[in-house]
Design a protein around this ligand. Structure first.
Ligand code: ADP
Ligand code: MG
Length: 481
């Protein structure tokens, strides 16, 4: 290869591409420590040299990831015959010219928005040898946190996964952006494949579907297209609203839909709105959308958001201060995608900086990602936060009375334990508006009538017992409720 052509190579772009191709095989911890400070040093005469700032980088990567890197490179850059690894400490400098910016890097390794480009490959290998078309293996039903809000939609997806083309056909999931529609659609595809490895499942966005149709029509050759799509066991189309006003594509989709449906095949769709609110669609199609199961995906509440953040930290093998996670969950409420974006940025920075993230630095990141977001930055106010769940209250009440949580939940009938337990139940009932059943369950599976009785007893005592009233108020003040 001539040197003058290699000089024109955009090393950054090539490295970005290679990273996006291999990052799914690389341990998250290694990405954030070793790969974050890496760059292409040269691409000359068939040799690609990758540099790492860290001393362990070259050998470690060579040993652990050479096979994946080499496979990707050979498939996509056939002129490269050899890959070498070297150390170059200046790559650690923020200004190193050929290094990807942190934002780009995080975007490449952390972006879950777009299904990853799979060059020239329609099929990817999933866990357990399952083959599928264009599913991102990061999306599973097991790593979707349903919370109370999305229990139903999660259960419907599980049901479809267990028995496709049963009662939930078509399954139509709708709702705002960044709430997990794509995740659920792809995860359901996986679940079907897990349970029925030989089924043919295809996931695509409405835009990809339109492009395919336009392409087929352009080539005046629609039969292969028709055969391909009508021979599936499950067709998943994401963001169906983009079919609006695309008359030809819509018609083709209508026929595909009917054929699949009539042949007992599963159809899974997502959209930003309920069928009745979709504009620019033929009524026939809209009514078909509603023939199976329609479910709106809801914004997760604080508890769920926190659980999602914790699970992402676990996936990425990163430990962050619980205060920081709460702060994010508290402030980023509209989109899970945005919330995860904030988390990933923090993880990236935490790897680079010696200082751990603070409420203030996190607030800056949130603002950078979304200007509109109102942020509770007053740290003193934030620290004085309210108790938000049964656990918080139980812990605080136990502490107040110098007991343990186990004491409160236990069957002990001693007055010193029973009264605090009953106070605790009343506070949970009044302040968190939990049902008697839920409270009963949290207190060692007690019957809801026991909880009702406890609450009404304490309420009555509060009218006459001054000491009890004082305790009750003090605890509530401490809990910030
Ligand atoms: P949508 O398609 O509705 O715009 P996505 O499915 O792309 O949203 O979700 C955005 C991001 O949030 C994805 O990374 C997804 O994995 C994550 N996500 C959303 N909801 C949940 C949840 N309940 N549990 C775990 N991850 C979630
Ligand atoms: Mg989506």
């Amino acid at each position: 290869m001539a040197t003058n052509t290699t000089q024109k190579i955009d090393k950054k772009a090539v490295w970005k591409d290679i990273l996006s191709g291999i990052c799914k095989y690389v341990d998250r911890g290694h990405l954030l420590t070793i790969f974050v400070n890496s760059a292409i040093l040269s691409m000359e005469e068939g040799i690609l040299t990758i540099g790492f700032a860290s001393i362990i980088g070259p050998n470690y990567v060579k040993e652990k990831y050479h096979a994946q890197i080499f496979e990707y490179v050979s498939a996509n850059y056939p002129e490269i015959k050899e890959v070498r690894y070297e150390m170059k400490s200046s790559i650690g400098d923020a200004e190193y010219p050929e290094k990807l910016s942190l934002e780009t890097f995080m975007d490449v390794i952390g972006s879950e928005k777009k299904p990853r480009k799979i060059p020239n490959k329609q099929e990817i290998l999933l866990e357990g040898g399952i083959r599928s078309k264009i599913l991102n293996k990061r999306y599973t039903l097991q790593n979707f946190i349903p919370g109370d809000e999305n229990k139903l939609v999660h259960a419907a997806c599980m049901a479809v996964g267990a028995k496709p083309a049963g009662i939930y056909n078509p399954l139509y999931i709708y709702g705002g952006v960044g709430l997990g529609k794509t995740h659920l659609l792809q995860a359901t595809g996986h679940e079907i494949l897990k349970n029925y490895p030989s089924k043919r499942v295809v996931y695509m966005t409405a835009e990809q579907f339109i492009n395919k149709i336009v392409d087929a029509i352009g080539k005046k050759h629609t039969k292969p297209f028709k055969d391909e799509y009508r021979n599936l066991d499950c067709l998943i189309i994401d963001d169906i609203q983009f079919l609006a006003n695309k008359v030809t594509s819509e018609q083709e989709f209508f026929h595909t839909f009917n054929e699949l449906y009539d042949n007992g095949k599963q159809i899974i769709l997502s959209a930003d709105k309920a069928p009745r609110d979709l504009k620019g669609f033929d009524d026939r199609l809209r009514s078909r959308f509603g023939m199976g199961m329609l479910i709106e995906i809801q914004k997760p509440n604080f508890e769920t958001r926190l659980a999602i953040l914790k699970s992402k930290c676990h996936d990425h093998q990163v430990i962050l201060d619980p205060e920081i996670l709460e702060f994010i969950a508290y402030n980023v409420t509209n989109s899970v995608r945005e919330m995860i974006g904030v988390l990933i940025t923090i993880m990236g920075q935490a790897q680079l900086e010696t200082e751990p993230p603070t409420i203030r630095s996190v607030a800056q990141i949130i603002r950078r990602i979304n200007n509109e977001q109102e942020i509770q930055t007053d740290v003193s106010n934030y620290n004085n936060r309210v108790a938000r769940n049964i656990d918080d209250v139980t812990e605080m009440v136990a502490k107040y009375f110098a007991l343990t949580k186990t004491d409160l939940i236990s069957d002990a009938r001693k007055k010193q334990i029973m009264i605090p337990r009953q106070i605790c139940m009343l506070i949970i009932r009044e302040s968190l508006k939990e049902s008697y059943e839920t409270i009963g369950e949290s207190f060692g599976g007690r019957n809801h009538t026991t909880v009702m009785h406890a609450c009404s007893k304490i309420k009555k005592c509060l009218e006459t017992d001054l000491k009890l009233e004082r305790d009750f108020k003090a605890i509530k003040k401490e809990l910030g409720i």
